[in-house]
Write a protein that binds this ligand. Structure first.
Ligand SMILES: Cc1cc2nc3c(=O)[nH]c(=O)nc-3n(C[C@H](O)[C@H](O)[C@H](O)COP(=O)(O)OP(=O)(O)OC[C@H]3O[C@@H](n4cnc5c(N)ncnc54)[C@H](O)[C@@H]3O)c2cc1C
Length: 419
């Protein structure tokens, strides 16, 4: 039995194969009626599954990281995770501007779903992608870059266009980050000061358990050399700095979390919440997450507050982050500076789904786009309707995969995601 990371999904593929060369990937794809790429299995939805068909894992490909220093770009093989990639990039003097909460995820899989970290100037991870190498439905190898009119549709493609065997990523110079955690910022502060708070540093993440009248934690990640976070010290910033390391789920061991307390460290050892050698998150959970317009964040959080009684019984923690807008057709942050409202739930599906439904009713007026990889009760039609380029994506799928070789139940359910 083969399951996803959270254990809430058993893949129904007939086989999972692990080729060791790109030519083998091409042969597998060309020879299969139904085939999909599988990354590090961190999605909670059935997005990656391939019932009755072949799942292709790229972790057996040679782990290539070719850095072109003069172009500030790296070519990265499709099987790599961010933990390994980040170490290699840092060694070469480079960095990525942002990382998700955990470095354990596969680069190709995270980019395929527009995974993100936090920061008003930091877009989704996929926005760093400058080019893709893709094994297409007939087993050919295509390269798409930003000059190609299909590119903006192909980066966040949910595995529906083919198997990405390599990515070229734009890099920034390596940097250091100091991370501080603050406790007890009153929720009412968000009504007036949300924008100031989330833009006070390179990355800011807000956590609450919706139990009291305050955020449980505010994580502030400041690039070393930048001015002090501008929110700290203001008369409304009444939070106090934590006197020891904290886990976002307060009852859990913070040893799995990245260093806090303002100790400077390399970007890849501070930007994720969880250490590469630690257990990410609680490990025993479901997740759901919604991207809304950042301008709506205070009102949307009030709306969630109003249903806290329905949310709390299933909740481990709620996290609010921000993401810069992008132009990638299926990115939940397409065309919109976003706030993401995330929930980590206890893994009891009935209670979690009741809470998810309550959250979705509360957020409905704010045009929420659910994270592709997470749990939702929204109808596929409602989700697809939130993407203005979904018809363009449908054209792309028809051209790249006319026979639906990469289609699965998830893409067939959602209008526009399969031919
Ligand atoms: C503990 C935890 C924390 C998380 N934190 C965050 C977070 O901070 N921010 C956030 O946005 N998300 C977060 N996520 C969600 C996660 O980033 C997404 O599920 C992401 O897609 C995981 O990548 P994966 O390789 O594990 O994907 P998989 O679940 O293996 O696959 C996801 C999709 O990517 C496609 N795919 C995978 N590899 C390829 C490839 N080579 N070519 C083409 N398509 C491919 C698959 O077909 C599938 O459609 C978190 C998940 C967990 C479990």
């Amino acid at each position: 039995m083969s399951r996803n990371w959270a254990g809430n999904l058993t893949y129904r593929a007939a086989e999972i194969v692990r080729p060791s060369t790109v030519d083998e990937v091409r042969k597998v794809v060309a020879g299969a009626d139904s085939v999909r790429a599988l990354g590090t299995r961190h999605s909670f939805s059935d997005l990656a599954d391939c019932p009755g068909g072949t799942l292709v894992e790229l972790a057996g490909l040679p782990p290539v990281v070719e850095v072109d220093s003069s172009a500030a770009r790296a070519r990265v093989s499709g099987g790599l995770d961010y933990a390994r990639l980040s170490r290699e990039l840092d060694r070469a003097g480079f960095a990525l501007p942002t990382l998700a909460s955990l470095p354990h995820i596969n680069v190709a899989g995270a980019c395929a779903t527009a995974s993100h970290g936090s920061g008003v100037a930091n877009p989704v991870l996929s926005e760093s992608v400058a080019a893709l190498e893709l094994v297409t439905a007939d087993g050919d190898l295509a390269r798409l870059d930003r000059a190609d009119p299909d590119f903006a549709g192909a980066v966040v493609a949910l595995g529906a266009l083919g198997v990405v065997t390599a990515l070229e990523l734009d890099l920034v110079p390596g940097f250091e980050v100091a991370q501080r955690v603050y406790l007890g910022l009153p929720l009412e502060v968000l009504d007036e000061h949300f924008a100031e708070l989330v833009s006070c540093a390179h990355s800011v993440c807000l956590f609450t358990d919706w139990a009291g009248s305050a955020l449980t934690q505010v994580w502030v990640q400041q690039r070393v050399g930048d001015p002090e976070p501008s929110a700290v010290g203001r008369d409304w910033f009444t939070a106090v700095e934590a006197d020891r390391r904290r886990h976002p789920v307060d009852r859990l061991d913070p040893a799995d979390c990245t260093e806090q307390g303002g100790v400077p460290g390399r970007w890849f050892e501070r930007l994720p919440h969880f250490r590469a050698d630690g257990r990410p998150s609680s490990g025993d959970e479901l997740q759901s997450e919604y991207m809304i317009d950042i301008a709506d964040a205070p009102a949307a959080l009030r709306a969630v507050d109003a249903v806290r009684a329905e949310v709390r019984p299933a909740l481990q923690v709620c996290e609010v982050r921000t993401v810069a807008p992008d132009g990638l057709w299926l990115s939940p942050c397409y065309g919109r500076a976003s706030a993401s409202v995330h929930f980590t739930w206890d893994p009891e599906p009935t209670a979690a789904l009741a809470a998810v439904a309550a959250v979705e009713r509360a957020l409905e007026p704010f045009d929420p786009r659910p994270h592709w990889a997470k749990t939702t009760t929204s109808t596929p039609e409602a989700v697809a309707a939130r993407y203005e380029r979904v018809d363009d994506f449908a054209d792309l799928v028809r051209r790249y995969d006319p026979e639906g070789r990469f289609a699965n139940d998830f893409t067939r359910r959602h209008p526009g995601l399969s031919p």
